[in-house]
Design a protein around this ligand. Structure first.
Ligand code: AMP
Ligand code: GLY
Length: 421
């Protein structure tokens, strides 16, 4: 099968690598890809949002499967456009991708179908939001932009002044663009967070092994929120008992709810969970694989990835048994100086071999480019240095040993990935 992967980050590199392991995979393309992905797939210069160009390329090359990894093209209907042309595609249609693209939609869905989540109110007028927050008078409170905001549209507000500023930033200054025309004001929950990615064909749901993201930029969970600075799998908080509860109260009810709404979800559904004192609750849904969760989940997959992906696309997932390795996996993200704020690009990376790898680990490229055959930085998150190990400490030791071999000017990474407090 000739396969085209859409996207350009570390998640896409991990997907490309896993697809490449399958004996069923023929030619592998990635649009647009990056410097490291170019060592594993043929990168084609088509932007991830260029739906007509993706469809045209897939037709021209007789592509057997398009794997749409990022949220934006899913929300914009790339899968719909491909299916219309008879091209098999992995990922939800736009009417189901809305579960991530609109927080108002996902919160209302959970309320209608009694899926546990934080209590909330929706506002389209800033003055009404502010009046409600003042009257409610409970802090911290969480203010969220309705739409996609690169994972940054969530503001946790310790007091009224901060909440008022958050509403103004989102709704009046529009710092997250059009995604801020409505806000969700939400109860602040506490407890450890768990990411669970799940395969679903709209009929059955098969959760993957759990993982934990480290979202803050600096050690000790200090600094700004980022796209994710590192991950581990499994997540030690995700016990068998909690997994069972999640299946009954969250995973199955969500799949059923989407069917009842006439929005069957096919692809990878990401459950961002918080294990609160009142049990697991949904913090957010994503309509896709997580980044950098994918980098620690897929290395543990033992079943042929193409078999699973095709079972999802062809809606026969229940026939398939999916097997996982008992090993632990750890991914340490190496980022550009300044990230998640302003950073420079084009800085030479030292320590990688000609394939962009180092001994003892797998390096997933997130933001690199090739310049005269050498790898240079080309994004905020640059590399995801990943290792499997018999135990989590062993996986972490291998990942950090590999991190120690790589360097560039300004590089920063967290030293406490996998530290559970
Ligand atoms: P999200 O983009 O919705 O995943 O939110 C980003 C992060 O904000 C989450 O990973 C949580 O750490 C935090 N967060 C979001 N909603 C809540 C909430 N209701 N209570 C506490 N923390 C939250
Ligand atoms: N790591 C969080 C996300 O992919 O949204």
């Amino acid at each position: 099968m000739d396969i085209l992967v859409i996207g350009s980050g570390g998640r896409e590199h991990a997907i490309v690598r896993k697809l490449k392991e399958s004996p069923r995979t023929g030619k592998l393309y990635c649009a647009p890809g990056n410097g490291g992905i170019a060592k594993d797939a043929e990168c084609v210069p088509i932007g991830a949002m260029d739906i007509p160009a993706v469809v045209a390329f897939a037709k021209e090359k007789n592509i057997d499967l398009v794997f749409v990894a990022p949220d934006d093209p899913l929300a914009a209907g790339m899968v719909d456009a491909l299916e219309k042309e008879g091209i098999p595609a992995f990922g939800p249609c736009a009417n189901a991708a809305v579960i991530e693209a609109s927080k108002v939609f996902s919160k209302d869905l959970m309320k209608r179908y009694h899926i546990p989540t934080a209590q909330y109110e929706v506002f389209s007028e800033p003055a009404e939001a502010i009046a409600w927050i003042e009257n409610n008078n409970r802090f911290p409170i969480v203010v969220k932009a309705d739409g996609l905001a690169l994972g940054k549209g969530v503001l946790i507000c310790p007091d009224f002044e901060a909440a008022k500023a958050a509403v103004k930033e989102i709704m009046e200054d529009k710092v997250f663009g059009a995604s801020g025309s409505r806000v969700v004001v939400e109860e602040f929950l506490t407890g450890p967070e768990v990411s669970v990615l799940a395969f679903t064909d709209g009929h059955c749901v098969k959760p993957m092994v759990s993982s934990k993201d480290h979202k803050r930029a600096l050690d000790n969970d200090e600094g700004l929120n980022t796209g994710g600075m590192g991950t581990i799998s499994p997540n030690p908080y995700y016990t068998d008992a909690i997994a069972k509860e999640c299946m009954e109260t969250i995973f199955l009810p969500t799949i059923e709810a989407m069917n009842k709404e006439g929005r069957p979800f096919k692809g990878c559904l990401y459950f961002g969970l918080m294990i609160t004192p009142d049990g697991p609750k949904v913090i957010e849904y994503n309509a896709r694989f997580g980044d950098p969760e994918t980098q620690v989940v897929l290395p543990r997959l033992k079943t042929d990835f193409v078999d699973i992906v095709m079972a999802v696309v062809e809606e026969r997932l229940s026939d398939l048994t999916i097997e996982w390795s008992d090993e632990a996996c750890a991914c340490v993200v190496m980022a550009s100086g300044g990230y998640p704020g302003h950073y420079e690009k084009g800085i030479a990376i030292e320590g990688l071999d000609e394939n962009g790898q180092v001994d003892g680990a797998v390096v997933y490229h997130a933001g690199t480019a090739l310049r005269d055959g050498k790898f240079v930085t080309n994004g905020g998150r640059v590399l995801g240095v990943t290792a499997l190990g018999g135990t989590l400490p062993q996986a972490l030791e291998k990942a950090y040993a590999a991190v120690g071999k790589i360097h560039w000017d300004g590089v920063h990474y967290r030293h406490d990935i996998g530290v559970i407090k």
